[in-house]
Design a protein around this ligand. Structure first.
Ligand code: ATP
Ligand code: MG
Length: 189
C-alpha cells in the first residue's frame, strides 16, 4: 500500500455518442443503466433517465439519483409492468402512459442538452405494444451525434439490436425469487 499509483485518464480521439442496449431475462439491466449514470457523473456528464412502465412500486433509484443532482434527472412514467399478476390497469391505460412518455422523450431530445439519455424498460414497452417500433426508431434518429442512448428491458427488438453499437444480454443463472426470497431493497428495487 506504500507504492504511489499514477492515475491516468483515457481520452478518446473522437468523442461520439453510442447506442447501448441491455436486454435479457437476468437481473441487472436497469441497474447497469444506473451504473452508467453514476459513472458519467465522475466525468461531469449529464444523464436524463425516462422509465417506461414504472410508477406504481417505489424503487430506490427514484430518490437515489437526487444525490446525483443536478447531473442526473429521472422521470418515472406509467403504472407498473403491464400484464403481470396483480397489476390492475388495462392495456389501453398502459399504452396511454407509454405514449405520453414517448412525447416526453421527444421533447427531451429537442430541448435537453444531456450527454446520456436512458430509456429504461423501453424494450418491454415495444414488446408489449405500448409503443411502436417506428416511434422508437424516430427517437433514435433525433439523437444528436454526441449523445449516448441506453435502452433497457427484456425482448429487445432485432431491428434495434441491429442499430445499436453495444448490446449485452443479461442471462439468468439463478434468481433469489425462485427460492421464494422476497425482493430486497437496494438489490431488487
Ligand atoms: P434490476 O432493476 O435489478 O437491474 P432488471 O432491470 O434486469 O433488474 P427487470 O426485469 O426490470 O430486471 O426486473 C425488475 C426487478 O424485479 C429486478 O430487480 C429483479 O430482481 C426483479 N425480478 C425480475 N424477475 C423477477 C421475477 N420473476 N420475480 C420477482 N422479481 C423479479
Ligand atoms: Mg429493469
Amino acid at each position: 500500500m506504500d507504492d504511489q499509483v499514477t492515475i491516468s485518464k483515457f481520452e478518446p480521439k473522437v468523442k461520439r455518442g453510442l447506442v447501448v442496449i441491455i436486454t435479457g431475462n437476468g437481473k441487472g439491466k436497469t441497474t447497469s443503466a444506473m451504473g452508467m449514470a453514476l459513472r458519467g457523473c465522475g466525468h461531469g456528464l449529464k444523464t436524463t433517465i425516462v422509465q417506461f412502465m414504472k410508477g406504481d412500486l417505489y424503487s430506490g433509484e427514484w430518490d437515489g439519483v437526487k444525490q446525483l443532482a443536478p447531473l442526473v434527472t429521472l422521470y418515472h412514467t406509467g403504472k407498473g409492468f403491464c400484464g403481470i399478476q396483480g397489476n390492475p390497469y388495462p392495456h389501453a391505460e398502459h399504452r396511454r402512459n407509454a405514449q405520453d412518455a414517448i412525447d416526453l422523450v421527444e421533447s427531451i431530445l429537442r430541448t435537453d442538452n444531456c450527454d446520456t439519455l436512458i430509456l429504461d424498460e423501453i424494450n418491454n414497452a415495444i414488446h408489449l405494444h405500448l409503443v411502436d417500433l417506428p416511434q422508437v426508431k424516430h427517437l433514435l434518429a433525433l439523437r444528436p451525434p454526441h449523445m449516448h442512448m441506453v435502452l433497457t428491458g427484456r425482448d429487445a427488438h432485432p431491428d434495434l439490436i441491429e442499430l445499436a453499437d453495444t448490446v449485452s444480454e443479461v442471462r439468468e443463472i439463478k434468481h433469489a425469487w425462485r427460492k421464494d426470497i422476497e425482493p430486497q431493497p437496494g438489490i431488487d428495487f
